[in-house]
Design a protein around this ligand. Structure first.
Ligand SMILES: [Zn+2]
Length: 185
């Protein structure tokens, strides 16, 4: 009796091992094959960008200039090949959303002129027209500052290393940086 009881757990264990080896879990998807990274929402409420081509579910991506979006996706693929994960942290924004961001910046910085160094009002924001993306994380920003011109993507403002626009032809030269967003108006 005692020996049978002792043997049983071993048998069960062996059976479990055989089962585990015989039917392994499906391999996880290779990250390199997932396409552009999924972006997490920011505190500003910007929604995610899907990991696959958008199908009308995400206005912050769908309403981007198609050429800009294509350039960013190409850069994402090449950055990933360099081991750099790249995400769009903010894309198109509604006027109302941009106004809200600007109002918050005015409250934070104390004046419209100071706020506009960091957040553009709706009339001058390239996000509102779908002509700008914010990119993250910092490693991806650095990658895109270095390589973006190959895709026509340029940093525009010296104080916003995360903000990119199509500002040259692919392989061209990016324009000189503006000190901050207030110089655009
Ligand atoms: Zn931006």
């Amino acid at each position: 009796m005692t020996s049978r009881i002792a043997v049983l757990p071993v048998t069960v264990l062996v059976a479990l091992l055989v089962t585990a080896c015989g039917s392994p879990e499906p391999d996880p998807v290779d990250p390199a094959e997932r396409g552009p990274s999924v972006v997490r929402p920011l505190a500003d409420g910007s929604p995610d960008i899907p990991g696959r081509p958008p199908r009308g579910g995400d206005p912050s991506v769908d309403r981007l200039d198609p050429d800009l979006l294509a350039a960013v996706k190409a850069a994402m693929r090449d950055a990933r090949a360099d081991g750099v994960a790249m995400t769009i942290t903010s894309g198109w924004r509604s006027r109302a959303h941009q106004q809200r961001l600007f109002d918050e910046a005015v409250a934070e910085y104390g004046s419209e002129s100071e706020a506009s160094r960091w957040v553009a009002p709706p009339d001058s924001s390239a996000h509102v027209t779908g002509d700008a993306v914010d990119i993250g994380p910092k490693e991806a920003d650095a990658w895109l500052v270095e390589h973006g011109a190959a895709y026509g993507l340029c940093q525009i403002f010296a104080n916003e290393a995360w903000h990119f626009e199509l500002a040259t032809t692919p392989g061209g030269v990016c324009p000189d940086l503006l000190p901050d967003g207030s110089y655009r108006r």
